[in-house]
Design a protein around this ligand. Sequence first.
Ligand code: SF4
Length: 254
Amino acid sequence: MLFEGIVFGPIKSRRLGVSLGINLLPPNSKICSFDCLYCECGFNFSSTEKYPSFQDVVVAIEQRLLLMKNNEEHLDVITFAGNGEPTLHPDFEQIIDATITLRDTYFPNVKISVLSNATRISDEAVFRALNRLDNNILKLDSAIDSTLKVINQPIDKHFSVDELVKKMSLFNGNFIIQTLFFKGIYKGVSFDNTTDGEVDAWIAVLQKLRPKQVMVYSLDRKTPVEHLERPDNATLYLIAKRVEALGINVSVTE
Ligand code: SF4
């Protein structure tokens, strides 16, 4: 599923409520620093299209917010997601600042969320922008390198969970962790991020980072890879209980 425009929805998000989506990636491409086995946009590929300009993004968001306000439509959240990793946009920080201004003008009670894989948080501008959000939602599907490398397929072959966790700690808890639990086989390698060893390692990272919230969820849509399996809901709730025991707010999306 790929988005052709900058603004999409609003859609009823399972985790965020009524959400107006913003796609900062080029139309008809999937561009990400990960290539997750479950990505609803499929695997990475580029068309000849360019990233939308700062100006085009701001105009598109303002026009839609104005229209929604005039129609007295309900909105809970503006969510940056779309055809890949939003923080790859070269003007990401300026776009977030402009969106905050537009939100304050048209829908002051609405939250702004970014769904990010956190691979760009070492970039100072990206870090600053994410730190200003209501919902800085960062992906952590496993705390074990070998599992994360199968599940998320990072493009940077030197990617390491330790490095990622060090960078995440600089947010001082001003972020939300989202983790998708599932199991499967890819290119002959089996993985399962719900095993005791996986959950123990993940809990240890949460204990260290103390995010303000954790979102536990699983497969819900068509995936580019076959033979992926979601755990039963009881497993998701058992995992969530362990997060709760740390005193961290946790939500489960069945
Ligand atoms: S991080 Fe998000 S956009 Fe990137 S491959 Fe994974 S699911 Fe897709």
